[in-house]
Design a protein. Structure first.
Length: 414
């Protein structure tokens, strides 16, 4: 249930061994998949066409004959940074209507510890009229998909598995072993598996927050952050994190699920929330650095033009969910700067719908007083410093957020 970045690769992989029904509620998404196109880029046209055991449907009635259900819907946060479980509850409510005795429901969506059994299971029981762990069973195997990564894919990323009883846990584990070459790790409980998933991205978030704070300090000291990290990285146990914007549907979201649960049990998670605040503020910091650099070049800020290269939350990925590049764009616009956004990977329709931004089709040379290289798409890497600089006027500032260019080819680096 749900054929996005997580669900589609799963459906295709299992279809090589079992008959699979792939349910997608978005008509536009379903239409493109039926035409053999995965706009997320996670599954090739050949893989999709060759998935003969996969039946794609948009009507829930087609779920009636299934016996194993895998739920891979999004788990976002709301405007107040609170967990939004509505997609998960909606999927559970729909699924419950077709649940039969002996069926198994496996959730992959990221949640806080306890959510599967406390939030989803009661909905399944209510809608089906069946009793949990007597008539139907539940498993949890958190997704570990890394969008845009062609090296670390479903089959070669170790899978954490769990189940609502020891027997079901073994069944879930055996199921995923059919498609995951890297193997599985059977967690002792669903709550442990949920907690393991949510801390994976919380750990990354905090490490990036530390490096972001170091970058701010080193910028004030006039020290090149990348040079410092390269020097420190010569020690074998130094972790190779780099500063940058933290967005997407995982790292910038998952920590709020954990902090929500922590607050619910009366604990104030100070370090996790401090890291979130720092990372959420990086877009404003970058915009401020850009404006200061332009002022030093005697560039009139009001009415000038800045090109932002990249809008998606990470390189070579069309996903716009929770992209923090938009924070830079909005901050610059607050200064009456005319901002153009160029992203050859992102769908122009999605950019307009998600952020009300009309993407530039092809930036013209000698047009901009400022250029921000915000996302390290391969196309931008291939352009190189000379071609990117050509887009700027004679007096312009180039800010390289992602260390795409050598230090001497960028005016500013994070």
């Amino acid at each position: 249930m749900g054929l996005g970045y997580v669900g589609l690769p799963l459906a295709v992989a299992f279809s090589q061994r079992r008959p699979v029904v792939g349910y997608e509620s978005n008509p536009k998404r379903l239409k493109s998949l039926l035409e053999g196109q995965d706009l997320t880029g996670e599954v090739s046209e050949c893989e999709l066409v060759c998935a003969k055991g996969l039946k794609l449907i948009g009507s829930p009635e087609g779920l009636a004959h299934c016996t194993i259900f895998i739920v891979t819907v999004p788990t976002p946060i709301d405007e107040h940074k609170r967990p939004n479980l509505s997609p998960l509850i909606t999927a559970s409510r729909m699924l419950g209507k077709y649940l039969k005795r002996g069926d198994l429901v496996i959730y992959e969506s990221t949640v806080y510890p306890g959510a599967t059994e406390e939030e989803c299971v009661p909905v399944l029981e209510y809608e089906s009229g069946l009793q949990f762990n007597r008539d139907f069973f539940v498993g949890y195997s958190p997704e570990r998909i890394n969008p845009g990564d062609k090296e670390h894919r479903l089959e070669n990323i170790k899978k954490v598995t769990s189940g609502s009883t020891p027997e079901i846990a073994r069944r879930v584990d055996e199921l995923y072993r059919e498609i995951v070459v890297a193997g599985t790790h059977l967690a002792p409980s669903i709550r442990v598996a949920e907690a393991a998933k949510v801390i994976e991205n919380t750990q990354r978030d905090l490490n990036i927050a530390l490096v972001n704070e170091l970058a701010i300090i080193f910028n004030k000291l006039g020290i090149d952050t990348e040079a410092v990290l390269e020097a420190a990285g010569t020690k074998w146990n130094f972790l190779p994190f780099r500063p940058g914007l933290v967005g997407g549907h995982c790292i910038g979201v998952d920590p709020y699920y954990l902090t929500h649960k922590a607050l619910a049990i009366g604990y104030q998670p100070e370090i996790i929330l401090a890291g979130r605040r720092l990372n959420d503020g990086m877009g404003k910091y970058v915009a401020g650095q850009m404006i200061k650099a332009m002022l030093k070049r005697r560039i009139l800020i009001e009415g000038c033009r800045v090109l932002v290269m990249g809008l998606s939350f990470k390189e070579n990925c069309p996903d716009l969910r929770n992209s923090r590049v938009i924070d830079i764009v909005r901050e610059l616009m607050d200064y009456e700067i005319k901002v153009d956004v160029f992203d050859p990977v992102v769908s122009p329709e999605d950019a307009l719908q998600e952020h009300k931004i009309s993407l530039v089709d092809k930036p013209q040379p000698a047009t901009y007083e400022g250029i921000i290289l915000a996302v390290a798409h391969c196309e931008f890497v291939r352009m190189g410093g000379h071609e990117i600089h050509r887009l700027g006027k004679r007096n312009h500032v180039l800010y390289d957020l992602k260390y795409v260019l050598p230090a001497d080819q960028a005016d500013l680096r994070l």
